[in-house]
Write a new protein. Structure first.
Length: 457
């Protein structure tokens, strides 16, 4: 099994990797399929199913789908250009993209939220269709947005294409047990094995520059969030709080009056800054998803700014260790809130962050595995019930608490020798089973939990 650090951590836009980035990526793939087709197309249609339908408005899935069909991608997203394009499409009911003739598309009638027909492969399903001049469908493709910005066609999912098919890597561990065995046999750290795998595919220079950019985007996102206040879009009138909390924390420095637990406020405000940016549609890094994007940057920023002896030279090790753990969770369970609840998003992010922090603070591979297990274990059963389908409540604060749990888990693991009762593999499998048993109304549908018990208008 191999999942690159650059697949686990993608630069994209908010508010959701599965509901915003995924549909945009799927639409871009459909355009390529149209360009390769011998048919001439006159129109486009799209239907959203399952969680994409139920929480699509709050997650901007409709906008993302339309913009994807207009040629936008998460990596190169330009907000100003996007707004102009949406206005043009609404006024002209036409989409024009490179390599294709102009096609008809009426956002009011050609984009359907289908609440009654779930698609079988995944909770996040969508169907894209191209039509001829008579309105008959001549090209149709089902896509699944499986979490973290990963997208698969119906055929790819059925054929098991979500597994790695590239050239062999030096350390192809597919479970935590195998990871620890390989670390012991090789004498390498988890980051060391992951580095060797990455370099065997993309080279050392690509790894160095790529991880540097990932942290730059993460850190820039924190800083933007700490400098911006106001009300978040979406209608809930949620006030940005990271800036105010950060200013208060800065004012308290040097006063010798802060309680020790104030460090938790620092971690929370870093995470909240990211997720407030995400909720506003800003640029974030999936870690492993947008909904959980604040946990890892907050944990790494905590390490760099607050831990004595911390070094920026350890950033790459942090990201590599986190990616190794995230890969295990993704391939053996899920990182999708629509599939397994928030335990799969913030829970996974906390496990990745805990293991990574433990590693850069000198933990052994056994302690790293223990840290990841502790963090994930204490997110088991966490539901995904966003109010009005927006990635705001409870998501923003939840990232802050996820970072606090990650740091606590790493600290506990470092106090031990790595031996513990529950293996990480067992915890990941438990998360998978819990997600399978969880009611659909608690899996990113906004049909239960806080979403129906909190007034949202």
């Amino acid at each position: 099994m191999f999942l690159s650090v650059f697949e686990m951590f993608k630069v994209g836009i908010g508010p959701s990797s599965s509901h915003t980035m995924g549909p945009m990526v799927a639409a871009a793939r459909f355009l390529d399929q149209m360009r390769a087709s011998p048919f001439h197309f006159a129109g486009l249609r799209a239907s959203l199913h399952g969680s994409l339908a139920f929480t699509g408005i709050g997650h901007a899935t409709d906008r993302a789908t339309i913009l994807g069909l207009a040629g936008f991608t998460p990596e190169s997203y330009d907000a100003e250009k996007a707004e102009a394009t949406l206005t043009q499409i609404t006024e002209t009911q036409t989409i024009t993209v490179d390599g294709l003739a102009p096609v008809q598309f009426n956002p009011k009638t050609d984009l359907i939220f289908d609440y009654d027909t779930p698609l079988g492969g995944h909770a996040n399903g969508m169907t894209l269709m191209a039509t001829d001049a008579q309105g008959d469908i001549t090209l149709r493709q089902v896509y699944y947005s499986i979490g973290g910005g990963f997208v698969m066609t119906e055929e790819e999912l059925a054929a098991g294409k979500d597994t790695d098919e590239g050239a062999p890597v030096p350390y192809p561990f597919k479970s935590a047990a195998e990871m620890l065995e390989m670390a012991k046999a090789s004498g390498k750290t988890i980051a060391g094995m992951k580095r060797a795998n990455e370099e065997s595919r993309g080279g050392a220079d690509n790894l160095k520059s790529g991880t540097k950019r990932l942290w730059q985007v993460m850190n820039d996102c924190i800083n933007r969030g700490l400098e911006t206040d106001g009300i978040l879009p979406g209608g809930l009138n949620v006030k940005r709080r990271a800036k105010g909390i950060h200013e208060a924390l800065l004012a308290e420095r040097g006063m010798n009056q802060s309680a020790p637990h104030t460090i938790n406020d620092w971690m929370s405000t870093y995470a909240m800054a990211v997720n407030e940016e995400n909720a506003a549609g800003g640029q974030v890094v999936t870690a492993p998803t947008n909904g959980a994007a604040g946990v890892m940057p907050a944990t790494l920023r905590y390490y760099l700014d607050h831990v004595p002896g911390a070094s920026e030279s350890h950033i790459e090790d942090f990201l590599l260790t986190a990616a190794a753990i995230g890969g295990l969770v993704k391939f053996n369970a899920s990182i999708s809130g629509a599939e397994a609840g928030c335990q799969a998003e913030v829970g996974s992010a906390a496990a990745m962050s805990a293991g990574a922090l433990c590693a850069v603070m000198g933990g052994t591979p056994e302690q790293v595995e223990n840290a990841a297990e502790i963090a994930l274990e204490h997110h088991l059963g966490m539901t995904c019930d966003p109010v009005r389908g927006l990635v705001q409540v409870p998501c923003i604060e939840r990232n802050g608490l996820g970072a606090i749990k990650a740091v606590s888990a790493a600290s506990l693991a470092l106090r031990g020798d790595g031996t513990h009762l529950v293996p990480l593999d067992a915890c990941i499998e438990t998360m998978r089973q819990t997600g399978a048993d969880m009611s659909e109304k608690y899996k990113e549908t906004s049909l239960g939990g806080l979403a129906v018990n909190v007034p949202n208008c």
